[in-house]
Design a protein around this ligand. Structure first.
Ligand code: NAD
Length: 300
């Protein structure tokens, strides 16, 4: 019996847990955590992602403000905005929605966000801390993948894991976690992995996490019976009737016949990713609260 992993239900569980915590904070007379999202331009996918994050925040009681800047905005103006947000005492999480227009250097912007407010985990300090097993914010998508594994009690210790995709925000942190904290023997495959090699690795895998944006990359002949498959890929495709639909990297119909657990697209990793941004905002808030109460104690 194949388990179809219900990302929406997992996301709902996470949001309900956050909501309960926020209610408790308010009952104690504290303010609600706050997330500010910076959206540059009006890329349609980014607009949808930002709307979903704002909706999720609102559901939990976390306040969320979306600051929109024009597509033509200069890097200096974005930096000025980030520095201002960094200085506001009531902002807990700052998220810059990617991609950014070409006149703006993504790395400069990501590194300008205060690491303790960097709820998307893109600041180089968070990336580095995570790589050396220190406490850090991890980007929402890999956090979502790990949260799914944790909640479904997917055993990784000693297993063979294959991660397809090595991007710094998605594939790399997932592989990093699986081999270190997860103690899995982890193989990273990427665009230069020859197809015949990819097949060898995926057939030997107990767990496959794929994040490439290549529809149909993983087919049923490439996997073993009982494999666990997490599909992070999202590609917008047009049907013959001209309707847009989202597809993952996995041929779901075929692979789900052999898999023991599998995430669908849509409704798998995506909703959990959104919930993790909100969870990180609550964590940032609680870290500040703890820091402030420690410094109060010190003053006494
Ligand atoms: P990216 O373009 O930065 O990276 C793609 C990776 O896939 C690269 O490392 C590349 O080497 C690898 N790749 C390409 N062709 C391959 C092949 N034939 N075999 C093996 N590897 C191959 O993209 P990204 O930002 O890492 O995102 C990956 C996918 O995940 C995209 O489809 C994106 O839309 C999706 N995504 C989903 C979520 C979510 O919430 N579910 C969030 C972020 C990204």
């Amino acid at each position: 019996q194949t388990i179809r992993i219900d990302g929406k239900a997992i996301a709902q569980e996470i949001k309900d847990e956050i909501k309960a915590e926020v209610e408790l904070l308010l009952e104690h007379g504290l303010r609600a955590p706050h997330l500010t999202v910076l959206l540059v331009g009006s890329d349609p996918a980014s607009v949808v992602y930002v709307r979903n994050k704002a909706k999720a925040a609102e559901y939990t009681g976390i306040t969320c403000e979306v600051l929109r800047l024009p597509e033509s905005v200069s890097e200096r103006a974005v930096l000025r905005e980030i520095n201002f947000l960094n200085s506001l005492p009531d902002v807990d999480g700052i998220l810059v929605q990617l991609p950014l227009p070409p006149q703006i250097n993504k790395r400069t912007i990501c590194d300008a966000v205060r690491p303790d407010r960097d709820v998307d985990g893109f600041n180089v300090l968070n990336v580095g801390r995570f790589c050396v097993d220190q406490e850090a914010f991890m980007p929402a998508t890999p956090s979502g993948v790990l949260e799914i594994m944790k909640r479904l009690k997917i055993e990784t210790f000693g297993k063979n894991a294959v991660v397809c995709g090595r991007s710094k925000n998605v594939g790399m942190p997932i592989a990093m976690h699986l081999h270190s904290n997860g103690n899995a023997t982890t193989t990273i495959c990427h665009r230069n992995t020859p197809q015949e090699e990819l097949v060898k690795f995926t057939r030997a895998a107990d767990i496959i996490v794929t994040a490439t944006g290549v529809p149909g990359l993983i087919t049923s002949d490439m996997v073993s019976e009982g494999v666990i498959v997490i599909d992070v890929g999202i590609t917008r495709m047009l049907s013959d009737q001209g309707q847009a639909r989202l597809v993952g990297d996995v041929d779901y119909a075929g692979v789900s016949k052999k898999a023991s657990m599998i995430t669908p697209v849509p409704g798998g990793v995506g909703p959990v990713t959104v919930a993790m941004v909100i969870k990180n905002t609550l964590i940032a808030y609680k870290n500040t609260l703890q820091k402030n109460s420690l410094s109060d104690q010190f003053k006494k």
